[in-house]
Write a protein that binds this ligand. Structure first.
Ligand code: ZN
Length: 326
């Protein structure tokens, strides 16, 4: 699958609580100096030969950490890997492409694979809409950290929220960190209108967040604009009372987001709710003066761990911020 970045990232600015500013061009990933997120250690990761994966089916493995890097595998091979490592695997980073034709995949009759030791799972998922009813049959009752990058050539930017709700049901009690992000991709011809409004259903998102109530870290992708009703629930601590690291994108609702964060942080002591201590905002690139204004607004929240602002440029095809959620 050919991939390229559908928009241009023109500036990343990183503000630390100490007040130092770093500017980078052309980078998508960034961290706080005092990152509250535990990063996977690469030292113990294992790169597996892609040709060995079918053998996982018959040979139970004691692999504890698995990182396939940018090599992608089919759903079927993913299940082989999960099955073989179900009692040993603690951390995994895997890239799954749904449109590699399965040979023996039977949607209705796959029993769940219990991943008893898995605490951290990072998935790149591509073209899940080809099998919309299919849910990866894995149970992850120890999972603490889940990250998904997703792209779909057929339904670009239309996140299937229900899919994640079902996938994470078994991790309902354990999950602490949940991050979703858009995987840059090239939509199938005719499938993507650049001014198309892609909206996430507030009910679906609400259900998803209620499925994982103990989250401390939440990051939403650029293509999902958080519904105000959800934001209100979070600001009152009715949703995600333990949340402290919050990443989200917005095209039009910056002021509202900041006031909701302010509300939560000022009332948390009486409500028994964690304050937001780290805020990661992705917003459209604007004029220098407007960016300075954004900085001072976020600065005034006095967040304990700091904040980051990611300013994204326009799509090079339609010259708008078409890839933001509405
Ligand atoms: Zn566009």
């Amino acid at each position: 699958m050919a991939t390229f970045v559908a928009h241009t990232l023109e500036q990343v600015e990183i503000i630390h609580p100490e007040g130092s500013v770093a500017t980078q061009a052309g980078h998508k990933h960034f961290t706080f100096r005092h990152s509250p997120v535990e990063r996977p250690t690469k030292a113990h990761s294992l790169i597996v030969n892609i040709n060995d994966i079918p053998n996982f089916n018959s040979q139970p493995s004691s692999i504890t950490q698995l990182n396939l890097g940018t090599r992608f595998i089919s759903v079927q091979n993913f299940l082989h890997v999960m099955h073989a490592t179900s009692t040993s695997l603690t951390r995994a980073s895997l890239y799954i492409v749904y449109d590699i034709p399965p040979t023996t995949l039977d949607h209705g009759h796959v029993s769940s694979i219990k991943m008893v030791a898995l605490t951290s799972l990072s998935l790149r998922l591509v073209n899940t809409s080809l099998n919309p009813a299919y849910i990866l049959p894995i149970e992850m009752s120890a999972l603490k950290d889940f990250t998904a990058e997703w792209a779909d050539s057929y339904t670009p930017f239309e996140w299937d929220i229900k899919m994640f709700t079902r996938l994470l049901k078994s991790a309902s009690n354990s999950l602490r960190s949940f991050r979703l992000s858009d995987l840059p991709s090239y939509p199938a011809p005719g499938r993507w209108q650049h001014r198309m409004a892609h909206k996430v259903s507030p009910d679906d998102l609400n259900e998803l967040l209620r499925t994982v109530p103990n989250l401390e870290t939440l990051a939403l992708p650029t293509s999902i604009s958080i519904p105000i009703s959800i934001l209100t629930s979070i600001s009152h601590g009715a949703l995600l009372p333990h949340l402290n690291d919050f990443g989200l994108a917005t095209k039009n609702d910056l002021k509202s987001i900041l006031s909701h964060v302010r509300f939560r942080n000022q009332d948390y002591t009486t409500a028994g709710v964690s304050p937001i201590t780290a805020l990661r905002l992705t917003i459209p690139l604007t004029s220098h003066a407007a960016r300075a204004d954004v900085h001072s607004q976020v600065d005034s929240l006095a967040l304990r761990k700091g904040y980051s602002l990611l300013f994204l440029g326009t799509c090079f095809v339609c010259s708008s911020h078409c890839y933001f959620g509405n």
